[in-house]
Design a protein around this ligand. Structure first.
Ligand SMILES: Nc1ncnc2c1ncn2[C@@H]1O[C@H](COP(=O)(O)OP(=O)(O)OP(=O)(O)O)[C@@H](O)[C@H]1O
Ligand SMILES: [Mg+2]
Length: 241
């Protein structure tokens, strides 16, 4: 198990998340679906160690989180969260991807090799020299994902990465996510409002409502034969809220 959460809760003015158990296996793609305000982003932020939960335990590869700051930072560097809107540097696509590697002390030769390989892997060589502020929304999002996986990531978290994009770009990004998952064995957790998208790319789907995991299971099962009536209503687009 790559990540295991037990007894996680988070409260703001009210309880927004309460998760008894959640396990994420290495190399799988997880889709998180659920209504607005259900706690999806909060869960991603907790998994990404951006938001500390009020209670509960987080295990990474079976070990509780380190208390030592340096150890924790090392662990944080194995994961990345990509948002719906990303800020890129006003520089070339190539430099946007190289920048973080430089900041982490990679050697010039390693950076060159890594960036070229990655751009090639995701079919974005043509964009390498483009200034990031001239990219379309879909292209920018592809660069953001490429930048996130330039390191040896184990866990890629995506919060509605294709919201507001056209179908062609959505398809490119879905292909990219699947390719990265296969090529690098990266575990992917993607929040999406689009249940069809979850069905297309996820191995496992979590349906979250009111801060609880209502149901989690193989994508095909969640969409064709869910255990829970609420899940059924949601995936059939009939949930009233
Ligand atoms: N920093 C915060 N302070 C106060 N309340 C917050 C904070 N972050 C989230 N919340 C609340 O927690 C609840 C869950 O929010 P969250 O962003 O996780 O939902 P979501 O499922 O991602 O929704 P959406 O689909 O609209 O993005 C919401 O009621 C939200 O208002
Ligand atoms: Mg959200």
């Amino acid at each position: 198990m790559l990540v295991k959460l037990t007894g996680i809760s988070k409260e703001y003015d009210r309880e927004v998340l309460k998760i008894d158990q959640l396990g994420l296996k290495k190399g799988l793609i997880y889709g998180i679906i659920g209504p607005s305000g259900a706690g999806k982003t909060t869960l991603l932020r907790i998994i990404n160690l951006l938001t500390p939960p009020d209670s509960g335990t987080y295990y990474f590869h079976g070990l509780p989180l380190p208390v030592n700051g340096r150890e924790l930072l090392k662990l944080q560097r194995k994961m990345a969260l990509v948002f719906q809107k990303t800020l890129l540097l006003k520089d070339s696509v190539w430099n946007n991807i190289a920048y973080g590697l430089g900041a982490r002390g990679y050697k010039r030769s390693e950076i060159n090799e890594q960036v070229d390989k990655l751009l090639n892997q995701v079919g974005m060589e043509d964009l390498a020299a483009r200034r990031a502020d001239t990219l379309s929304g879909g292209e920018a999002q592809r660069v953001a994902i490429a930048r996130a996986v330039a390191f040896d990531l184990e866990l890629l978290l995506l919060d509605e990465p294709t919201a507001n994009l056209d179908p062609a770009n959505i398809e490119l990004i879905e292909e990219m996510i699947i390719k990265l998952n296969r090529a690098k064995s990266i575990t992917v957790v993607m929040v999406t409002h689009n249940v069809f998208q979850a069905r297309r790319i996820a191995d496992e789907v979590l349906f979250i409502d009111k801060g609880r995991i209502v149901e989690m299971g193989p994508a095909e099962k969640i969409f064709t034969d869910p255990e829970n009536e609420k899940t059924r209503l949601y995936v059939e687009g009939r949930m009233i809220y």
